[in-house]
Design a protein around this ligand. Sequence first.
Ligand SMILES: Nc1nc2c([nH]c(=O)n2[C@@H]2O[C@H](COP(=O)(O)OP(=O)(O)OP(=O)(O)O)[C@@H](O)[C@H]2O)c(=O)[nH]1
Length: 139
Amino acid sequence: MSHTEKQRRHVHVACAIVERDGLVLSALRSASMNLPLKWEFPGGKIEPGEGREECLKREMVEEMGVEVEVGQALTPATHSYPTFDVTLYPYLCRIASGEITLYEHSEVRWLPPAKMLELEWADADLPVILEYQQLSNRG
Ligand SMILES: Nc1nc2c([nH]c(=O)n2[C@@H]2O[C@H](COP(=O)(O)OP(=O)(O)OP(=O)(O)O)[C@@H](O)[C@H]2O)c(=O)[nH]1
């Protein structure tokens, strides 16, 4: 296969907008991850045969050691990075049990929705944040 015919990678990622007392969980990718030092919603790639909500529950246990209840889905968002494409499937979530322990991220912050854009987010997340801010404004 020539360089121009090479297939671009398209990853499908379930991500969690975890809410608590009007604040939302923002996670900083560690220096060793792909897209290092960008803020994101916790979550990860959907495995073959796996449902989106199932993926989210698995990733929240693996990345942060918490069980989540998965709620409303927001609009999926597709973005092209220089080397791959991603589609994010965002869901509102609540922590059902466990204390957050960071197994992959370097930091988390609980932020009011209106302050989220003060951080530097992964580019694919911007439409998700804007939709979430509108939703949280409506109360
Ligand atoms: N979890 C998560 N991933 C996101 C978000 N925004 C975004 O662009 N991504 C991208 O979606 C992909 C998620 O993959 P991942 O976290 O399972 O795995 P990774 O690429 O860090 O590592 P890996 O390929 O070694 O498993 C990453 O390339 C990440 O940069 C987001 O808000 N949450």
